[in-house]
Design a protein. Structure first.
Length: 332
């Protein structure tokens, strides 16, 4: 083989390797863009918000038992509220008066719904809190229900919205004592808020149910389970989609983590998760609990319960734990 032949082979190998690299990069970019549109962009025609993939039996579960009774109360008792977000969105929420003869003085609860959900799905919790004497506020998270917005913040952008709802309460009642409850992405919204240095002393306690520790980890899990991608490939796609999200929505998936906030949390916290949760891994319960710096923290793992179904799987244990935590921290 001549020196010229060897040089040609090296050149051809470099061209092939470069072409393969470009093709791989192009495929990764296209996949990441599709992932961003699917998971974050609610106005994309391929958005998960248009497909009903998450909790397809949500309406059915809300139409039976306690959920049905609470849903009827929710529709009958709700009063509309609105505010403007820090970035100019009109956010919508619902307010409920205490549903008991002896309301707790200055007691408020904010119930935050989950990913692709709506305020009405928190009716069961809102009704329980109203019966305990709380005035209840149920906001629609940005880009959900009546609230404006195009991009979902996975709890990270929404923490600023939750702080605004809290301020709405404290502006009207300086002595307000506030409970924060969130389910699924709503739990991550709450966890991202409770350690924020802007959190007022009026917030007494927080409850986080079925919440993920970070958007990145949750999306890697989703890409692996829903699209059967190997974990390394799923992580590469999620990280690339996070860069797109940073450019378009203003945050990266690695930023959308509750753990940093929880390390600065000092208020009492209750963490709840279903042991058979197939949507948000139960491993996040241990991660969130371990990250929480509050000296007053509890956790409850309900064996056999799927995503946001712990109250139905073992209602006695669930409500006894939750109401006991609330009565203790609010001295009811």
């Amino acid at each position: 083989m001549t020196h010229s032949d060897h040089r040609d082979i090296v050149r051809m190998s470099s061209i092939i390797a470069g072409t393969a690299t470009l093709a791989t990069a192009g495929l990764l970019a296209a996949t990441a863009d599709g992932m961003f549109r699917f998971a974050i962009d609610t106005q994309s025609r391929n958005s998960i918000f248009r497909k009903g993939i998450i909790a397809p039996d949500r309406a059915e579960k809300m139409s039976v038992g306690e959920a049905r009774e609470a849903g009827e109360w929710f529709e009958h008792a709700k009063q509309p509220l609105t505010l403007n977000s820090y970035d100019g969105l009109r956010l919508h929420g619902w307010l409920f008066d205490p549903d008991c003869v002896s309301p707790a003085p200055h007691a408020y609860a904010i119930c935050v719904h989950g990913y692709t959900g709506e305020p009405a799905e928190t009716a069961k919790w809102a009704h329980r809190y109203a019966r305990l004497g709380f005035t209840v506020l149920v906001p629609a998270q940005r880009a959900h229900e009546l609230s404006e917005g195009r991009y979902v913040g996975m709890g990270w952008l929404e923490r600023n919205d939750l702080l605004s709802w809290i301020q709405l309460i404290t502006d009207s009642d300086k002595e307000a004592r506030i409970l924060l409850y969130g389910g699924s992405m709503g739990a991550s919204t709450v966890m991202s808020t409770v350690g924020d240095p802007r959190l007022p002393r009026n917030v007494v306690a927080g409850i986080a149910e079925s919440g993920f520790a970070s958007a990145r980890d949750e999306f890697v899990d989703m890409a692996h389970s829903m699209f059967h991608l190997p974990r390394l490939a799923a992580a590469a796609c999620v990280d690339a989609a996070g860069l797109i999200c940073k450019h378009r929505a203003g945050y990266d998936f690695t930023e959308a983590s509750c753990l940093r906030s929880l390390r600065h949390t000092v208020i009492p916290m209750l963490f709840i998760h279903g042991g058979a949760d197939s949507l948000v891994s139960p491993r996040f319960l241990a991660m969130n609990y371990a990250a929480c710096s509050s000296l007053d923290r509890e956790k409850l793992l309900v064996p056999g319960a799927n995503h946001m179904e712990s109250s139905g799987k073992d209602p006695d244990l669930y409500w006894r734990t939750m109401e006991g935590f609330i009565r203790r921290t609010f001295k009811l």
